[in-house]
Design a protein around this ligand. Structure first.
Ligand code: FAD
Ligand code: DHB
Length: 394
């Protein structure tokens, strides 16, 4: 039997950052991760960090490489009906910007920081089960290298992502689930090609949505809206590039530069919130508690915002201030979650092609897109949500 203060399930951005922030507050934790270190560090996912996420990483001492290698963007482009419209960010959002830096780089930096500080991350820890989460003596059991392991703790942090087991450990009668499915998915590629634009491009086209992004001066990241059950085999590289060019077509003749495709995958899209984010001594954070469609680039940023509040609440408990901050955790986190849910849903509905070919919906999309790019107030609202609202005092 091993003992710790906080047992954290999942070594994604939420679990690792929570462990890091707790360590800085003098609270002990063990991170339990089903996959290997190589798998977790190699998984290509999100790439846009909000200002608040960047500030949090830097202020907590894990932002050194981010400061060096992250690409600060002061604008994004909305492209539709053959024209691109640049939306400035910092001028419209009180000096705030976004930084392009891959999620897997954030994960690598956090793993390194935890291990260098003597942190306990157990990779390939499988068959996790949670016990007595509604009592003050919860336990986690699982297997590692063929051995059964049991961990006694004060709290369990469920940071195991959208397909984890922690959400299910909250009894059905004690949770509400709010959900929305979308009739499409994203096919994403990572290509060895210098980005041919210095900002992100979100394109709405009759053939479907497309997104141009990047990871570094030599890597381009691109996404295409596809059917939810799309087979990767139906999308050889040539077809992906041709379709991207068709959807980004415009008067300025811009197109993404082609290059060798080094990663290709399909991601489903949904919106989901589980309420509340706490059950007894089990605290949910990140995708374990809520999932957003990727259009607004909010998933990773929400995970970071959750654990910032959660780490402060746990630190307050351990400094003898009682449970009031923990009691407030769910409501505090959910306020931001619902704002981001709305923005992600809105941006998804604005930019994608809906399969039923609803002409009324399409006209609404065009009217709204025209409004967003032509009204200073609408642009400012877009920019403020896109760069992320400032954190309030936890
Ligand atoms: P995760 O990063 O999912 O981490 C959870 C961890 O828990 C994982 O390491 C997992 O292996 C581990 N785990 C799961 N179950 C168990 C278990 N039973 N026992 C132990 N460990 C377990 N967001 C964007 O903003 N833009 C994007 O382009 C984008 N693309 C995405 C592509 C994919 C394929 C996916 C799945 C998500 C994408 N997201 C994107 C969302 C974003 O990556 C997530 O919001 C972010 O990863 C949330 O971090 P997290 O730590 O909460 O969860
Ligand atoms: C990326 C992903 C997003 O979901 C998004 O809105 C912008 C960029 C990316 O992976 O680079």
């Amino acid at each position: 039997m091993i003992r710790t203060q906080v047992a954290i399930v999942g070594a994604g951005p939420a679990g690792l950052m929570l462990s890091h922030l707790l360590h800085r507050a003098g609270v002990a934790s063990i991170v339990l991760e089903a996959r290997s270190r190589g798998y977790v560090e190699g998984r290509v996912r999100a790439g846009v960090l909000e200002q608040g996420t960047v500030d949090l990483l830097k202020q907590s001492g894990v932002g050194e490489r981010l400061a060096r290698e992250g690409l600060v963007h002061d604008a994004v482009e909305l492209r539709f009906q053959g024209r691109g419209h640049r939306i400035e960010l910092s001028r419209l959002a009180r000096g705030r910007t976004i930084t392009v830096y891959g999620q897997q780089e954030v994960v690598k930096d956090l793993v390194r920081a935890r291990l260098e500080a003597g942190g306990d991350i157990r990779f390939e820890f499988t068959d996790i089960a949670l016990h007595e989460v509604a009592t003050s003596r919860p336990r986690v059991t699982g297997r590692m290298q063929g051995e059964s392991v049991e961990i006694a703790c004060d709290f369990i942090a469920g940071c195991d992502g959208s397909h984890g087991i922690c959400r299910e450990a909250v009894p059905r009668s004690q949770r509400a689930v709010h959900e929305r499915a979308y009739p499409f998915a994203w096919l994403g590629i990572l290509a060895r090609a210098a980005p041919s634009r210095d900002h992100l491009v979100y394109a709405h086209h009759d053939r479907g949505f497309a997104l141009f992004s990047m990871r570094s001066p030599t890597l381009t990241r691109l996404y295409l809206q596809v059917a939810p059950d799309e087979e990767l085999s139906a999308w050889p590289d040539e077809r992906v590039w041709d379709e991207l060019e068709a959807r980004f077509e415009g008067e300025d003749g811009w197109r993404p530069a082609r290059g060798a495709v080094i990663e290709k995958s399909v991601t489903g899209m949904r919106s989901l919130v589980v309420e509340p984010m706490r059950h007894g001594r089990l605290l949910l954070a990140g995708d374990a508690a809520h999932v957003v469609p990727p259009t607004g680039a909010k998933g990773l940023n929400l995970a970071m915002a959750d654990v910032r509040v959660l780490a402060a609440a746990l630190a307050s408990f351990y400094s003898g201030e009682g449970e009031s901050a923990l009691d407030a955790y769910s409501a505090t986190a959910l306020e931001r979650v619902w704002r981001a849910q709305h923005f992600s849903w809105w941006m998804t509905a604005l930019l994608h092609r809906f399969p039923e070919g609803d002409s009324f919906q399409r006209r609404l999309q065009h009217a709204q897109l025209e409004y967003v790019v032509s009204s200073e107030a609408a642009r400012a609202s877009f920019a403020e949500n896109y760069v992320g609202l400032p954190f309030e005092a936890p």
